[in-house]
Design a binder for this molecule. Sequence first.
Ligand SMILES: NC(=O)C1=CN([C@@H]2O[C@H](COP(=O)(O)OP(=O)(O)OC[C@H]3O[C@@H](n4cnc5c(N)ncnc54)[C@H](O)[C@@H]3O)[C@@H](O)[C@H]2O)[C@@H](O)CC1
Ligand SMILES: [K+]
Length: 469
Amino acid sequence: MISAYTVAGVLRAESVALQRHGPTVLMYRAAFAVAQAALAGLSGHLIPGSRALLLVGGGNNGGDALVAGTILRRRGVAVTAFLANPKQVHEAALAQFLKAGGRVVVGMENTSVATLFGRADVIIDGLVGIGATPPLRPAAAALVELANATSAYKVAVDIPSGVHPDTGAAPGVSFAADVTVTFGGVKTGLLAQPGELVLAAVGMDVSAEAVDACSLTEIPGLLGDPGTRADKYSDGVVCVVAGSTTYPGAAILCVGAAVRLRPGMVRYAGPQAAEVVRHWPEAVATGTVSGAGRSQAWVVGPGMGTDQDALDRLTVVIDKPEPVLVDADGLTLVSRHPHLLVSRQLRGRTTVLTPHEGEFARLFPDLDLSDRLTATRTAALRSHAVVVLKGSATIISDGAHTFVNRTGCGWLASAGTGDVLSGVIGSLLATGAPPLTAAAAGVFLHGLAGERLHAAGLAGASQLWDHLR
Ligand SMILES: NC(=O)C1=CN([C@@H]2O[C@H](COP(=O)(O)OP(=O)(O)OC[C@H]3O[C@@H](n4cnc5c(N)ncnc54)[C@H](O)[C@@H]3O)[C@@H](O)[C@H]2O)[C@@H](O)CC1
Ligand SMILES: [K+]
């Protein structure tokens, strides 16, 4: 797991490190890591003769960029610094940069800006770091837009400018980093960002400042070994309540994910019982929820529709004492009938909600989705549920602990993959895993399966099955 830190925590650790090492050493270490990342991005180019462009703001973040530029300059890279705020620039870093033969550009009118950006092989974003709050001022925003329009390799210093370091919110334009080199500790706002993340310790000890927003890398340790369990019942039974005559595929995808993930028993209850058994002879299927038999967890909603019949099925499942995962049409129905969730909440029953952003907005219309971390945490606290906000970086929270997932790839946003995810998480819930662990691990495995499928040159929700075990 990657622990993450708020700006306040990093600043406390930084003040200790500054006393011990002094500002010059810290900045040099930070800049060295940035220069290394830039050189790695230039691989394939001849280093002497390649071009780097620095976007330099008025604070220490700009100072880091200038020192990184100095290091690159000494390696033979042609480096130009665009000073966004020439009246306020890190003087010592600028002096070193000029001494090393760096070139400085001030203001848009002094040069052919398009040529400058268009020719750059690498662009280093040192406009603002953790000392600023987005949105960016217009001058900085304009530079970021120019940079984002190029195909240069993009390196962000500490945090992509325009991204809130604590929350990951980007209320305006933000630097589209290929890699972010962050110092001391990973800022919580970075966990939800796309792109590679490099941590440069620089000599700060942040251990006392960890917060509980994590990225998952240690799934096997979180889940037990299914091979050691005794029989089909001891591993937990999940019952899937999904599908309709309009959407039979959702039932098959959701059941299939559960069947393929774990060898224990999978039940299905709904109008697609015959189709489900035709696809998955392992599943035990029945037409009605009341006829489904005992289960240790329930998945309700994918493709079930939103008519009275669907509402009736949902209402029966909602009343179950076991953990219930509500997805898709189930979420739409819950947003129309909020008392259904409240009844589980009042009885202290485990609920997992897996909305995409549209469903989230219907469920929690007042929560601001430009800050996805806070929105998910608040939704979890309010609903007493584990909330899984799906997206390019899926966020999983029970209100107290928050995970941010970094596995997956773009096509996982396509139709049917959500049904597979519900089956995966439901299947893990049935093992008795703590709901937050089941949800976070399920999202991780689903993303990993997507990555493997993509690497194999394939895409399609039903093929995810082959990569789940
Ligand atoms: N934590 C550490 O130990 C280290 C921190 N360092 C760097 O120092 C940075 C923090 O430096 P500072 O505190 O000087 O702050 P920043 O450099 O992050 O930001 C301050 C600058 O941003 C401008 N600014 C503020 N709001 C803005 C907005 N909305 N739009 C555009 N410009 C805006 C200010 O006018 C000022 O010039 C870190 O992010 C990191 O890059 C490094 O020097 C290495 C060591
Ligand atoms: K930056």
